[in-house]
Ligand binder design. Structure first.
Ligand SMILES: O=C(CO)[C@H](O)[C@H](O)COP(=O)(O)O
Length: 217
């Protein structure tokens, strides 16, 4: 089965968690795009959605979903998003699409986070995928030097600016055996807006699509 097909399968599985009238948090990326397509096809009617990126907002509006600001809602019942890597403890690397900061905020504001991935994203230990870190532009070089001291090899994501007007450093080679500790260390560097490790706030449920069907973890 193609990866595209697996994304559609896991998007359909996620729909079982979505109820009519819900206020839903929606992530960013190709798996979430498949989810938005499936949501449109399902005929389910949300009360509204809180979106993690301009790209997702555009897609949600195109299928007739009202998009509201997180500042105008309380906590959300459910957040649906993809990930770049997932470990056995439902900890994640996110930010391949550069939307990690808004994604982490919405995940934090949601009672349940259902993460949707295909099996290629599952890892025993996080870290094969370079860790995205959003940084304030004037702090770029300083943050990169601090990340090098932590053992990482940061690379600027060329030609990319986040929806918040910041930059992304993609960091290879960090030791992520203890992702909670590394998330703390990175968060303490001045100039870091957000680190793509979701270890303090892992997913509550991970739906994994493979040739064998959907596994719920
Ligand atoms: O964190 C993300 C965007 O910032 C995405 O969830 C992550 O990059 C996975 O994307 P895709 O579903 O396209 O593989």
């Amino acid at each position: 089965m193609s990866q595209e097909r697996l994304k559609i399968e896991v998007a359909q599985a996620a729909l079982k968690h979505v109820e009519d009238g819900m206020l839903l948090g929606v992530g960013t990326g190709s798996t979430v795009n498949a989810f938005i397509d499936q949501l449109a096809a399902s005929g389910k009617r949300l009360e509204a959605a809180v979106s993690s990126s301009e790209a997702t907002t555009e897609r949600l509006k195109a299928i007739g979903v009202r998009v509201v600001e997180l500042n105008h809602t309380g906590d959300l019942e459910l957040y649906i998003d993809g990930a770049d890597e997932v470990d056995e403890h439902k900890r994640l690397i996110k930010g391949g699409g550069g939307a990690l900061t808004r994604e982490k905020i919405i995940a934090g504001a949601s009672r349940r986070f259902v993460c949707i991935v295909d099996a290629s994203k599952c890892r025993p230990i996080l870290g094969e995928f370079p860790l995205p870190i959003e940084v304030i532009p004037m702090a770029r070089s300083f943050v990169a030097r601090q990340l090098a001291k932590l053992g990482g090899q940061p690379a600027l994501r060329e030609g990319f600016t986040t929806d918040n007007g910041n930059l992304i450093l993609d960091v290879r080679n960090l030791d992520l055996i203890d992702p909670v500790a590394m998330e703390d260390r990175i968060n303490r560097i001045p100039g870091v807006v957000c680190c793509g490790l979701f270890a303090h706030r892992p997913a509550d449920t991970v739906l994994v699509a493979s040739e064998d069907g959907i596994q719920s973890r």
